[in-house]
Design a protein around this ligand. Structure first.
Ligand SMILES: [Zn+2]
Length: 311
């Protein structure tokens, strides 16, 4: 029994270390190797602590935001997100879950970490992982591709490496008879703040959060993301872009240029966003190819805590 428990412990630990988050479900079902008291404890713990285990992996500075605007943002991280976790690879026959470290009181799972290396090309920015307040990319340029507008303004810019990759990708698409158009790329922190506040004013804070990012949590602030449209600006950042030849071309070819469809279909409870076939994110080819080979998201690539879509 002791041997069994010990292997259970190491299994549980490796789960905590190597999967995106804890597999809560199997623990609830599995009880044969525990007495009822332990089991009751672990069930309670599972309820209480859910999925903050992995924050440190993605943000070395795992400090809660002291920005009151953010602390109001509830990222509901309740049982639904287990769907996301259950698809995790390892499913050892005897998972024991009563050895997880006790957590500080769960902050309703709405904790937001500040990313440690905002300038990193594959940086993970999402509703739980935000850019530092004062971050702005230092190498923004105007990619030489058509946009739906002609002005040289902020939202036309991208970081140098992403801009070059975008130019190459648009050129390759064109050779295949696919005419892509830029809609919106970089967005400064100030712009995102103004944008979000407008949405919140119009639709209310909670509703706005379901489709717009809180300041600091938008990928557009990295200068590595861009929304695109079809020929002549067709379906700019709209659902109708899905299923178009342009969207299909992107899904198939973007990873060759270091881009991923950042919010894929069926991963809403991992990315925190509904399917956005038009929002592509530069992560570099080594990462994009790994992600697409495994049908993963950036969250899964980093073993990050999933983000539910807040609805
Ligand atoms: Zn976007």
């Amino acid at each position: 029994m002791k041997v069994k428990m010990a292997s259970g412990i190491s299994l549980a630990l490796s789960l905590v270390l190597f999967t995106g988050c804890s597999n809560d479900e199997p623990a609830k079902k599995e009880s044969t190797s525990h007495n009822t008291e332990d089991h009751a404890k672990e069930t309670q713990k599972n309820k209480d602590q859910s999925k903050t285990n992995e924050h440190n992996k993605n943000a070395d500075q795992n400090k809660p935001s002291d920005d009151s605007k953010n602390s109001g943002g509830k990222v509901s991280q309740d049982p639904e997100s287990k769907d996301g976790q259950e698809q995790k690879k390892n499913d050892p026959s005897e998972p024991t879950q009563d050895h997880k470290k006790p957590k500080p009181p769960a902050k309703n799972d709405d904790s937001v970490s500040v990313v440690a290396h905002p300038e990193s090309i594959p940086v993970l920015v999402n509703k739980r992982s935000k850019l530092p307040e004062d971050y702005s990319p230092s190498d923004l340029v105007y990619p030489d591709v058509p946009f739906i507008f002609s002005e040289k303004i902020e939202k036309r810019m991208m970081r140098k490496e992403a801009a070059t990759a975008l130019e190459n990708m648009f050129a390759a698409a064109k050779k295949d008879g696919i005419n892509l158009t830029g809609v919106s790329a970089y967005r400064s922190h100030a712009t995102q703040t103004a944008l979000f506040n407008n949405y919140a004013k119009r639709d209310g804070y909670e509703k706005a959060r379901t489709y717009s990012a809180l300041p600091g949590t938008s990928e557009h602030e990295t200068g590595l993301a861009i929304d695109v449209a079809g020929d002549g600006g067709k379906c700019p950042a709209q659902d109708c872009f899905g299923g178009t030849p342009e969207a299909k071309w992107l899904a198939k070819n973007a990873p060759d240029f270091g881009f991923i469809i950042r919010y894929p279909e069926g991963k809403e409870n991992v990315t925190g966003y509904k399917y956005e076939p038009w929002h592509i994110r530069y992560v570099g080819t080594s990462v994009s190819k790994k992600i697409v080979a495994k049908h993963e998201t950036l969250e899964e690539y980093f073993n990050a805590v999933p983000v539910t879509n807040g609805e």
